[in-house]
Ligand binder design. Sequence first.
Ligand SMILES: [Zn+2]
Length: 403
Amino acid sequence: MKIVLSAVIFTPDTIYKDHGIVFDKTIVTIAPNDELRAQYGNACEELGEGSVLMSGLINPHVHLEFSANRSTLTYGEFMPWLSSVITHRDELINNCDATCMQHAAQTMLNKGITAFGAVSSYGFDLEACASTPQKVVYFNELIGSDPLMADALYGDFQERLFASQEVRREGFHPSIAIHSPYSVHRVLIQKALQYAQAHKTRVTAHFMESLSERQWLDDNSGEFQPFFQNFLKQSIAANTAEEFLSYFNDVPTLFTHGVHANDEELLTLSQKGHTVIHCPISNRLLGNGVLDIERLDTQKIRWIVGTDGLSSNYTLDLFEEMKVALFIHPNQPLLPLAKQLWKSVTVDAAKALRLNCGSIAPNYDADILVVRVDYPITDQLPIHLLTQPHQIESIYIQGEKIK
Ligand SMILES: [Zn+2]
């Protein structure tokens, strides 16, 4: 059992001054430092001035297989970016070996990310995700809109899913990703979701990322039209948005982006208990606009912040992502938004991914960060942690000191 005494325990809602925690694999108790000193004496580890103890962060959406990208892909607008992904896909994938993906996972760990959701297109990231100390929700991605290829595509998906189920380590969760409404045939979606429902598998999907997607799904028009015509000889979208969402009615899902979702779709997301993953940097770099979080809050839709992959980001750092979110939503009151952002990468992300972490409270997994700050701690700490320099001094996952 470890007893760690800090200057503050930071949770999104409350800052506990001069408090410490007692933990094993899970958190046993939180108490004022004086009480812990009286009870445990020399067994207490004193972290001292400027120490902030908080929950490890959870990044719900990353594509590790694309971690080789630095300057290869074209940013600014969605279609040129997508075309550049298609052109350079093999090169990017080949340039990211196991070491490259392990490095990406390690980078996230160094930035305090103790759990992440990895969307896997090919299964090449399985080894990196299996061997990393973090909790991993491993989303095997299903893609393909050609009905003639349906069996082969499902077979390939199943093979990857089953291979991920062979990984037997605590904190690794084989799961399912449906690529998007425009890229997966309904038969495949329904089959995968039946499996997900029967096996209580976690599910994620991209949804309404770009205006092009909106136009294509609404009336088979826009920039996707020539793209699908030329590449896939397809003149009609694989699904309407409404049909697509209806397949997920019984499977609470993490929908990534949602920038161009309309009111009806948001109502469905709300009613069915889905979550939206907000990736502000990715959305900006690909010219997709800004998620209207006010609309989501009005509809009581849970939204959480994610980095997306290095194919549409320059870093896998939730501190950076939250900071950008803080500035990209200038009409939101600052301190409440900062608190909500912290909640989104801890408590709310854990709920959405069904992980027993994200809270500094008894019985939760002891996934903990010790951050050192060099300024007086006030009730504006949720803002200062995003804008002032800090150092992540220690990282614990399930009570074990990783750093
Ligand atoms: Zn993505």
